[in-house]
Write a protein that binds this ligand. Sequence first.
Ligand SMILES: C[S@@+](CC[C@H](N)C(=O)[O-])C[C@H]1O[C@@H](n2cnc3c(N)ncnc32)[C@H](O)[C@@H]1O
Length: 267
Amino acid sequence: MNKNGSLTCVGTGITLAGQITKLSESYLQAADKVYGILPDFMSEDWLKSVNPNYKSLQYLYAEGKSRRQTYREMAAEVVNEVKQGAKVVLALYGHPGIFACVGHFAIQDLKSEGYPARMLPGVSADACLYADLGIDPGTYGCQNYETSQFLFGGIQPNVGAHLILWQISLAGEHTLKTFKTSKENLQATVRILNKYYPLEHEVIIYEAPFLPIQEARIEKFPLERLPEIELNSISTMVIPPLTELKLDQTALDEFGLNITDFGQESK
Ligand SMILES: C[S@@+](CC[C@H](N)C(=O)[O-])C[C@H]1O[C@@H](n2cnc3c(N)ncnc32)[C@H](O)[C@@H]1O
């Protein structure tokens, strides 16, 4: 073991080359070794141009292999390199810690053994989504879930706030061994969402562009049409609020306030 090693997890952003922070780029340039889990070969080529000592961890993915195992193996490879004494950067697309566990695993493992390990933030898919869809999560509130976790957990959404479902293309995929969902799973997804939202409620599939010359995909359709809609691994579903934000008189009582103080009618 060589305690000179360290790990920095950086996010490359979503749009190629332009959304990485200067700080993260400087760590990339100075690293002895860079590992990456990036969505396409162009991003990888760009990373190699910043630091030629680059290795992709994509080779650890395989159809039929549990993604849980894949993520553990990815983290183990990074941790091992740090223990050899290298200054390692792990580059993940978007934000390295948002709906992305490998960086978190590696940091936890290394810190528990006394190695320096940290994460630097990056521009995530939802950061792009807020910009492209003109949503301020502070206006009505915003809930974020991994789609299957939301479905399997029987989670009751706050229908007065935005609901963002990540990994919609894996809805109901419980084996963690394949990379797409089925029409039956999407029909079940609609049935569950229909407990809270009418079938005609407009939902959005959003895909932020990877290249600066591309446009974002913003496809709006009624909830019931979800099973017919083309979904990709980068698709995110947004469900806009169904109802208006309501004030609660019982809560306001705690502050000595009244609904009428906010211009709303008391019932
Ligand atoms: C494993 S997560 C990675 C998220 C990434 N760490 C981030 O910060 O955005 C993959 C999910 O992120 C969302 N996502 C990734 N790329 C996207 C894009 N270009 N546009 C919209 N959503 C995207 C999708 O919900 C996708 O299923």
